[in-house]
Design a protein around this ligand. Structure first.
Ligand code: ZN
Length: 392
């Protein structure tokens, strides 16, 4: 590193100087040089925006934690830069737009649950809460929790609300000491934290993609707001007690890439496939669209999963098993939601073809991943597991 190089440049000529000046004077010069060089080469802490809800918080010592990396091929319209490295991954909740933890090496610790933790010089803790759509999600499964993360680096506290519902009075008081709030661009949230610096996230990014989804660009929310700082880049140096009430808007990372045209074309083929099946119920014709999607984008689950859905409607179990087993070996990363849906299709197909042990294994997986599975699927899994284990 530069710092070491600079020190060597100072220390190598030392013997020459020692002969010429007295020891006391030498020491005072040395102290001065060390002070100057450390202030010249010390790093500052950083908040770095990737895109959507993904932020890297980096301490002055270079420790990096990432919060909420998103899944590349799901709704966002752009990819997650997979080469990004971090010392820890913090996930607020297991939805595809917040949990792309599979992009990090097996040795990188992943945190999802409430508690106090430390990685090198960064301390962080999770506050247990609920997703903003907890009621609706609660009906279909258990994925309705949300962990608010508070990260302390170099004396600065930064809270990431994830998709939390509007914080309760108790939650607001737990966040009292925080300097920065990363939250949705909504007044209901922002108005609770006017004594802090507010960083909106989780909005549409037309500067990165032509794809549209359920979100809107942040510009509408910023209209009429005073004290908005639009950054030129995706990086910012946080300080304790930054301007209260200020809204900091980051640029997305230059590493973020729009989806490839092939992936857009694959999505269009899948829509055409479902539409064709709905109209004619001709399995072969509809499956041909899904095969086209697989050829265009073999690196994602979309085409395989959609083909399996169609095959399941006609109880083509053997074909379904072969499509999904191939998909699980061919697709490098599958989002939790699609994995759970594909596993239940596989479990049923194995059960229908009397492969009870394989059916059991997939149901067991769903049971182990209770937080992401659908409530009815979990019930089905539990029943199968109980019957299977009773036979043993
Ligand atoms: Zn979200």
């Amino acid at each position: 590193m530069n710092y070491l190089y600079a020190l060597s440049m100072i220390f190598i000529p030392l013997p020459i100087f020692i002969k010429k000046i007295k020891m006391k004077r030498f020491l005072s010069v040395l102290v001065l040089v060390l002070t100057l060089s450390s202030s010249l080469f010390a790093q500052t802490p950083k908040i770095e925006y990737i895109a959507h809800a993904a932020f890297i918080l980096e301490s002055s010592q270079g420790t990096r934690v990432i919060i909420d990396p998103y899944h590349s091929y799901k709704q966002m319209g752009f990819t997650f830069p997979e080469a990004i490295a971090a010392d820890a991954v913090l996930i607020t909740h297991p939805h595809y737009d917040h949990d792309g933890s599979q992009y990090f090496s097996k040795n990188t610790p992943i945190y999802r649950d409430v508690g106090r933790y430390q990685i090198n010089d960064i301390q962080f803790y999770g506050i247990s809460s609920k997703h903003s759509f907890a009621e609706q999600i609660g009906k279909s499964g258990n994925q309705n929790y949300n962990t608010i993360w508070v990260v302390e680096l170099d004396g600065v506290r930064i809270a990431h609300l994830g998709d939390n519902g509007v914080p309760s009075a108790e939650e607001v008081s737990l966040l009292q000491d925080v300097d920065y709030i990363i939250g949705h661009p909504q007044d209901a949230y922002y108005s609770l934290f006017t004594d802090k610096t507010y960083i909106p996230n989780h909005y549409l990014l037309p500067e990165v993609t032509k794809h549209t989804n359920w979100m809107k660009p942040v510009a509408g929310w910023l209209e009429g707001k005073s004290d908005v700082s639009k950054l030129e880049s995706n990086s910012y140096t946080p300080t304790v007690k930054d301007t209260a009430g200020k809204i900091l808007v980051f640029q997305p990372s230059p590493l973020v890439q729009e989806w490839s045209q092939d992936y857009y074309d694959a999505l269009a083929a899948i829509s055409a496939g479902y539409a064709s099946y709905k109209e004619t119920e001709n399995l072969e014709e509809a499956v041909a669209f899904m095969d086209k999607a697989i050829t265009l984008a073999p690196f994602v689950m979309d085409g395989y999963y959609s083909k399996a859905v169609l095959l399941s409607r006609k109880q083509e179990n053997t074909k379904l098993i072969s499509v999904l087993e191939h998909a699980f070996s061919a697709v490098p990363d599958v989002d939790w939601g699609t994995e759970a849906k594909a596993r239940i299709l596989l479990a049923r197909a194995y059960a229908a073809t009397a492969n009870t042990t394989l059916a059991y294994n997939h149901y067991r997986w769903l049971h182990r991943h209770q937080r992401i599975a659908n409530t009815n699927d979990l019930k089905e899994a539990q029943e199968y597991i109980t019957t299977f284990e009773a036979k043993d």
